[in-house]
Design a protein around this ligand. Structure first.
Ligand code: ADP
Ligand code: AMP
Length: 209
């Protein structure tokens, strides 16, 4: 299946995408993860993207579309994928139309103050991209990734001020995609409050899995 995870920052897209990808045996493709990796490695792409990411703004379309198109052409994405963080505006959605046929768009929605709590409490593994939350989803050993044992870190853009800018960026530029995919009959709304397992159950239900 080819699935898009849509929803504001902190809704739980990445957390749910990983589970869905494992279940469907398809790759989890997160444009945020790919960009952060490029920033860490100081590639040309990373150096270009960094200032937009740090400010909570979208990285320019040409860069992100080219990067995603390349990733979707890799062999493991032939059988399907869970796309997380792309598309983020109508130009990207139009570009994606030319790259792949999408089966469903899971639209996670949550109260804005809950979004802020989720993002400001988030810790991530810079090595394997695992995601934790200091209160709701802590690792077994404090500060250490369960999956690979690396030291986990907080994202630069998870400071409250930047989180609020990212939510505004979502409202202005990404939220119109809800109507776009509803019009195509692909939208599956899922309330993202409650335990991770509960949200997962709702997602499996709307996807009839
Ligand atoms: P997104 O990819 O939409 O930005 P994440 O999947 O990274 O969101 O989740 C944001 C934060 O919220 C993380 O710290 C994650 O551990 C936590 N989280 C995700 N889903 C839930 C949930 N259902 N209940 C509580 N915390 C959650
Ligand atoms: P995320 O990990 O999805 O929260 O993304 C983190 C940041 O990466 C965003 O705030 C953007 O700056 C950038 N980013 C990720 N995906 C995209 C995209 N599809 N288009 C533009 N910028 C993106």
């Amino acid at each position: 299946m080819r699935i898009i995870m849509l929803g504001p920052p902190g809704a739980g897209k990445g957390t749910q995408a990983v589970k869905l990808a494992e279940r469907l045996k398809v790759p989890h493709i997160s444009t945020g993860d790919i960009l952060r990796r490029n920033v860490a490695k100081k590639t040309k792409l990373g150096q270009h993207a960094q200032k937009y990411m740090a400010a909570g703004k979208l990285v320019p379309d040409d860069v992100v579309i080219e990067m995603t198109a390349k990733r979707l052409k890799e062999p493991d994405a032939k059988r399907g994928f869970i796309l997380d963080g792309f598309p983020r505006n109508l130009a990207q959605a139009t570009a994606l139309d030319g790259l792949a046929e999408i089966d469903a768009v899971v639209n996670l929605f949550l109260d804005p103050e809950d979004l802020v709590k989720r993002s400001t409490g988030r810790w991530v593994c810079p090595n394997c991209d695992a995601v934790y939350h200091v209160l709701t989803n802590p690792p077994k050993r404090r500060g250490v990734c369960d999956k690979c044992g690396s030291a986990i870190i907080q994202r630069e853009d998870d400071k409250e001020e930047v989180v609020r800018t990212r939510i505004r960026t979502y409202d202005d530029q990404t939220a119109p995609l809800v109507a776009h995919y509803k019009g195509k009959g692909l939208l599956r709304d899922v309330y993202a409050s409650g335990h991770i397992a509960e949200v997962q159950h709702r997602i499996l239900e709307v996807l009839r899995l």
